[in-house]
Every structure is written in C-alpha cells, then in structure tokens.
Design a protein around this ligand. Structure first.
Ligand code: ASP
Length: 438
C-alpha cells in the first residue's frame, strides 16, 4: 500500500458541501493516510475566512473592544458544520479555553492557529481518523525559523503510531515552551509538505479550488494552457506566478525528499492538475517553454564607474549598502563597467532618494541613474535548454508588439529568460511572449 499526504485548503473545507467532496476523495483512495487541513475559508465572496475572524477577535481584545460576538460567530460556524455533518465533537471546552487565553493576553499566532486546530478536530471526527496536533511536533526557534530536522524527527516518530490521521496546518510551537507560532499566511501548504517528508510519502496532494498552474495569468492571457508537469526548479523561477496557488516555502521540504507535489481541484477531482517534481535530464520536451510569470513595480538603479571591472569588492559594496537598507535585490545584470541592481518598490518602501544618496556617497560612481516603474517577466522552461533561437524569438515577439525592452538576462542554466519592460508594457509583453511560444 502506498502513502499519500493530502492537504485541503480553506475553500475545500469551507462548508458541508465541500467537506463532503473532500470525504469522497479520501474514501476513494485508501493511500491517503495523512490529511492536513486549513481553517474554513470563504463560502461566498463576501464571507469571512475563519482565520481573519480570529485575527480580528485578537485585535478587538488588544484595543479593549468587545470580541465576544465575533468569537461566537466562529463558534457557531464550527458547531453548525459539525451538526450538519453528523460528527460528534463538542467544542464548548475549546471555546472556553480560547476565551481564557484571550483574557490572559494570548498572542495573535495562538489565536489564528485555533482555526486549523478546531477544524482538524472536526474533520478527524467526521472521517474517523486520529487527530494529531501539530503543536510540539512542528518546532520553531525563538526567531520563528522552522527547525527542519527536529520537526522531521518528531513528526515521523509520532505519525508512525497512526495509520490514518488528520493534522492541523499552519502552526507549531517555539522550542522549549508552549508558545504557538504560525507560518506566514497560507502556511498550511508548508505543513503538508513537511508531513509528506516525515512519512516519506509517495506523493503530496495539495487540494485547492483550481486545477493546478496555467502557463500564464488568465487575467492577462485568454484561456492559457494548463501546465501538467513542472520541475521544482522551474516553479521557483516562476515564483511570481505560483504564490497564489501554493505557498513558496512549501516546495523545499518535498523537494529535498524528492516527493512530487500534485496540485488538485476538489471541485473537479478527475482533472489531472499539475505535478511538480524533480527534473530528469533525459526528459524530452515538446514545449519550449513551461510558463511565463511577471511582476510590476521594480526600480532599476544603474551604476557606472570607469574601470569598475578592475576594482575589487565594488559589487560587494553595492550589496552591502542594500543590506544596510534591509533591501533584497531581484537581479543584478552587469556590463564591463556597469552594474544595475533591480529592487522591488515594496522593499524600497519610499527610500529611493536615500538609497541613491548612499550609493553616490559611498561608491563614488561616474554616473548613476534610476528607472522606476519597471516590470520583470520571467519566461521559463527546460525546453529552452540547448535550443537555438529562443531568445531571438522572444525578442522579435516583443519588437513586433512595439515593446521597448529595457533589460534582458538569461540564467546560465538556460531555463529562464528575464526581461525588464516598463509597467505600461507589462500585460502586452506577456501576451506577446505567450503567443510566440504557446
Ligand atoms: N488559515 C491560514 C490562512 O488563512 C493558513 C492556511 O490556510 O494555509 O492563511
């Protein structure tokens, strides 16, 4: 018998109808032995996610505003779902505990984690699976960094004792205490991935409300083709695209254990979805590109200094200044005497003038220029590797669409080409590249 880990996101457990679909999926596949759940998500557009309500309760308490009614909404939602599912769980003690904790000034992480905790209890009772709490098994250090190895050991030895279990996503505890710590939003995807690693699963199924990834953003390109298979590495390169479907940090645990991740749609369980797995050198690629993704609002700062190429440590100093500003760089395209740094406006956080001044003072460049309102677009695919004319095709597609290319970079692995265009050209550029290759 195989072992599958299946994570069901907020929309897949939002109400009784969705939870019944989930049960059908699980009962149809006895290999699904470990189930990770998010807190219930929105049932309709104007609805609230349970996690958001819990954060709101915490904020109300902090500001000495009444929170009881809000908490009652959460309580009622769980109780009504349990009754309608015919699951025997009594949440009264849990809600007393939550209220108690709030009164004693619990953290917002603790509060938010209760959505997953209560939901996992409910789903375990409904499925007849064991409930295994992730507190104590998923361990963080004091700075909030996941302790991979300790977590892996704790989870794997505990889960050996359970043939079928439901585990709440999103949280663990800080080492050496009982303080609950959550991942960033959407973090149940990460729990699923670390559980998959801990039980050495054959596959990690991530059930959501879309049938996997598309080759491009459907808000920009009409009916983009689905991606049936993508390597971990390609997906990293396309990280601008993936974030809304799968949490970025969910790839790493599955990747190191070489476990494929299958994104599946709870509403269309027969759709194959997208499989994310390791790249095989001898794989034949019919398609040149796997996907295109991009993001707006970057600033490019181009630094020119005569004979820069001979000056040791110049780039290190540039990066040192960025570090002082606590600013990440996206790319650093360079020429013989020029280096450009591409930083997101979000990271710059209104400090462009200050940063320019620091560069000018500390680097004494001959010239320094900045270009705001830039977009980056990554075109990614192992199919481009060792294939001639790919960049030429991409560039002529942009030229034919009358788009001015401001920057281009190709990684030496030859699986990505990144272009920089002005924000106003972002959507037309993505469409032009898609139409040239798809
Ligand atoms: N419930 C949490 C959130 O809304 C975590 C998750 O769903 O993965 O972000």
């Amino acid at each position: 018998m195989g072992v599958k880990v299946a994570k069901f996101g907020g929309s897949s457990v939002a109400d009784v109808i969705q939870i019944k679909k989930m049960k059908e999926i699980i009962q149809g596949d006895p290999d699904i032995r470990y189930v990770i759940v998010s807190a219930p998500g929105k049932r309709f557009d104007e609805d609230n996610k349970i996690t958001d309500l819990l954060y709101l309760c915490h904020t109300h308490k902090e500001h000495k505003l009444p929170y009881e009614q809000l908490l009652q909404v959460v309580h009622d939602r769980f109780t009504v779902t349990a009754v309608n599912l015919g699951a025997t769980v009594d949440f009264s003690q849990d809600f007393d505990d939550i209220k108690d904790a709030l009164e004693k000034g619990c953290s917002s992480d603790y509060m938010a984690s209760r959505g997953e905790y209560l939901n996992a209890k409910l789903i375990a009772a409904y499925l007849g699976f064991d409930f295994v709490d992730s507190a104590q098994l998923i361990v963080f250090d004091e700075k909030g960094k996941l302790l991979d190895e300790e977590t892996n050991e704790a989870l794997s030895s505990e889960l050996k004792k359970h043939d079928y279990a439901v585990i709440p996503g999103f949280y663990g505890t800080v080492k050496g205490g009982d303080d609950i710590k959550t991942f960033t939003r959407g973090g149940s995807d990460i729990t699923g991935s670390i559980v998959a690693r801990a039980v050495d699963a054959d596959v990690y199924e991530n059930w959501t409300d879309v049938s996997g990834f598309l080759m491009a953003d459907p808000r920009i390109v009409d009916n983009p083709k689905p991606i049936h298979e993508i390597s971990y590495k390609e997906l990293r390169e396309l990280s601008y695209m993936g974030a809304s479907v799968l949490h970025e940090d969910a790839i790493h645990p599955a990747r190191i254990a070489n476990i494929p991740i299958n994104i599946k749609n709870t509403n269309f369980p027969n759709d194959p979805g997208t499989v994310i797995k390791a790249h095989h050198e001898d794989k034949e690629y019919n398609d040149i590109i796997t996907g295109i993704a991009g993001k707006k609002d970057f600033t490019v700062i181009a630094i020119y200094k005569n004979m820069m190429v001979r000056e040791r440590g110049y780039v290190r100093r540039i990066l040192g200044i960025l570090e002082d500003f606590d600013c990440n760089f996206e790319h650093i395209p360079s020429g013989i005497d020029t280096v450009s740094v591409v930083v997101s406006n979000k990271d710059l956080d209104g400090r462009l003038d200050e940063l320019m001044e620091a560069f000018t003072k500390q680097l004494e460049p001959d010239n320094i220029e900045c270009f705001e309102n830039m977009s980056l677009i990554a075109t990614v695919g192992y199919g481009m590797n060792r294939r001639k004319g790919v960049a030429a095709k991409l560039l002529s597609a942009l030229a034919d669409a009358d788009i001015n290319l401001r920057m281009i970079e190709q990684g030496s692995s030859e699986i990505n080409i990144i272009v920089g265009v002005e924000n106003k050209d972002f959507e037309p550029a993505i469409r032009a590249i898609y139409n040239a290759f798809a």
